[in-house]
Design a protein around this ligand. Structure first.
Ligand code: PHE
Length: 344
């Protein structure tokens, strides 16, 4: 029996060492230490032994069982450690790898240009006004000296919502709204950046939605020279100190006299090139002295007060400043275009 137990022990320990997984270990455990295992079997046969032999064999059997158990436990531990090691290795993180860059948004070039325009005019003593994008026929046209049958309404094809409501075709209605609020008392000195809408077919230079910035200055003794001085200062700050402006006679129903303002071409410095169509000048905005009738309609005494107004296309200014050849770029949100303005 002693030899039998020793042989079992040897066998079991060999198998324990060969066990490659917890499942194998468990199998050896069941095979040798289980209720139906060979050791139990040996112990069962102890009845046949003498009284002297019995405790000796019993103690040996227990010893063998304990040793097998200890070995199997040890094997389990080793296997568990190995498995953990393996897992750690396969899941290891290389902290020296460079991170994945996340792309950060940029300020939209139009927003950047509006902010720049605002900064310049704030520096010239203007404050910032606003008005609704859905406008009444009255403020968009009538209060600006454009009665219903006026032919100049055709200058701006409009998106009408009802007979009396439309998407504003210009930021000029905010002139009338602001003057009304001041109840005939000056000064009024605002700029109004905002979206406007016209029924244009979109192409490289037209967009059915675009941005304007309106300017309005009403006070006693405001003269045309004030208009010229303010806009010259703006042009030099926005485009560069070497640029100059010129005024050409024009027509708007709400200003008299009216002018179109050109800035000297930044490409050829006035000598004529493809960009300025050989004229040396580029048209940038419309302006004029506020028509007395417009002042009166908005509650200002035109004998006491005078004023000027101007309106400029923001996309056009941005296109000239940053050499952009298609207005649709501002509205298609192509990241390859937008990210070029990171530093603006
Ligand atoms: N509202 C005019 C336009 O959209 C521009 C303008 C504004 C002209 C103010 C004169 C004075 O064409």
């Amino acid at each position: 029996m002693r030899e039998q137990l020793e042989a079992l022990k040897k066998e079991a320990l060999e198998q324990a060492i060969q066990a490659e997984s917890e499942k194998d270990v468990q199998a050896v455990r069941v095979a040798y230490l289980g209720k139906k295992g060979p050791i139990t079997e040996v112990l069962r046969g102890m009845g046949k032994l003498t009284a002297e032999e019995r405790p000796i064999i019993g103690a040996l059997a227990n010893e063998v069982r304990d040793e097998i158990k200890t070995n199997l436990d040890h094997r389990s531990e080793v296997l568990e450690k190995e498995a953990l090691e393996k897992q750690l290795q396969s899941e290891s993180i290389d902290v020296t790898l460079p991170g994945r860059p996340s792309s950060q948004g940029t300020i939209h070039p139009l927003s950047a240009v509006v902010t720049e325009i605002e900064d310049i005019f704030l520096g010239l003593g203007f404050s910032i006004g606003e008005g609704p994008e859905i406008e009444t026929d009255y403020y968009n046209f009538e209060a600006l000296n454009l009665p219903k049958d006026h032919p100049a309404r055709d200058m701006q094809d409009s998106f009408y919502i009802t007979d009396e409501l439309l998407l504003r075709t210009q930021t000029s209605p905010v002139q009338a709204r602001t003057m009304e609020k001041h109840e005939g008392i000056g000064p009024v000195k605002i700029i109004v950046p905002g979206k406007v809408f016209r029924r244009d077919d979109d192409d490289a230079t037209h967009s059915h939605q675009f941005m304007q910035t309106e300017g309005l200055y009403v006070d006693k003794n405001v003269r045309m020279s004030d208009l010229k001085g303010i806009l010259e200062s703006f042009a030099k700050q926005f485009f560069g100190i070497d640029r100059s402006i010129r005024l050409r006679p024009s027509f708007f129903p709400f200003t008299e006299p009216s002018v179109e303002i050109d800035v000297s071409c930044g490409i050829c410095s006035g000598s004529g090139c493809r960009i300025c169509k050989q004229s040396g000048w580029i048209e940038v905005l419309g302006a004029g002295m506020i028509h007395p009738r417009v002042l009166e309609m908005s509650g200002f005494d035109s004998n006491e007060y005078s004023g000027f107004a101007f309106g400029m296309g923001v996309e056009r200014l941005a296109m000239l400043k940053y050499d952009i050849d298609d207005i649709r770029q501002f509205y298609t949100n192509d990241a390859r275009f937008l990210t070029q303005f990171k530093s603006v």
